[in-house]
Ligand binder design. Structure first.
Ligand code: SIN
Ligand code: MN
Length: 222
């Protein structure tokens, strides 16, 4: 890995979750997926399916279809609210970001053996002050990260089950993607594959306070 081509603000915590912690996290994610099953996202306009399958937990979930990329409070197929973000992910967020507010969205990406994700920026959020925190479970992948411009030089990092990656500061808007999965490199998922969890803030700070106050007044629904 060439450290000189890595943007400032990119941090990798290799092996942050040990095997037991990975199993516990996986059990929590399986419970989320039982309530909010994986769906196949589609490209804006063309409607072409992506190769990953997705779900979410948290007050907001990221979805993509013919109408574009956006955050929605409900699962696109069931119409139900996303389940809450598991406690160990909230704790991770607190530890690695020191950001005052908890994450609002946790995107769950499932990669089969041939799935990949093209270079993109995470820029559907209204506020880029908070970092993006990403967790890898299952098979290894080749993760690519560059700069703020699509043509900036990139560097590749092999991510392993239990690794945590943070895109903050100058790297918050870095282009990134997954070039490939290495099938059979982990036994965490019985049927193989890779799960990536991405924690994000979505709304700006001022709106957060307003919606938190509104939520305190409104009755909670599950
Ligand atoms: C993403 O950028 O949404 C996923 C990144 C990853 O799978 O590591
Ligand atoms: Mn991304």
């Amino acid at each position: 890995m060439n450290l000189n081509t890595q943007p400032a603000g990119l941090r990798v915590y290799a092996g942050h979750f040990d095997r037991d912690a990975q199993s516990e996290l996986l059990a929590a994610i399986r419970a989320v997926l039982a309530a909010a099953p994986l769906f196949t996202p589609r490209m804006p306009k063309s409607g072409r399916p992506l190769s990953v399958r997705m779900s979410n937990c948290g007050p907001l979930g990221w979805i993509s279809d013919e109408h574009g990329y956006r955050y929605e409070p409900r699962h696109p197929a069931s119409g139900r609210l996303w389940p809450p973000i598991p406690e160990q992910l909230i704790a991770l967020w607190r530890n690695v970001t020191r950001y005052a507010e908890p994450p609002e969205a946790c995107l769950i990406n499932f990669y089969g053996p041939t799935a990949k994700m093209g270079l993109h920026q995470d820029r559907d959020e209204a506020d880029f002050a908070a970092p993006v925190v990403s967790i890898s479970l299952g098979d290894d992948c080749l993760f690519r990260v560059g700069g703020r411009n699509r043509r900036d030089p990139t560097t590749s990092i092999r991510l392993t089950s239990g690794d945590v990656l943070v895109l903050g500061g100058d790297a918050r808007l870095a282009f990134h993607g997954v070039d490939r999965i290495y099938p059979g490199t982990s036994r965490l998922l019985a049927d193989g594959g890779r799960i990536n969890l991405t924690l994000r803030r979505v709304t700006p700070q001022r709106a957060n306070r307003t919606s938190a106050q509104a939520e305190a007044r409104a009755p909670h629904h599950a």
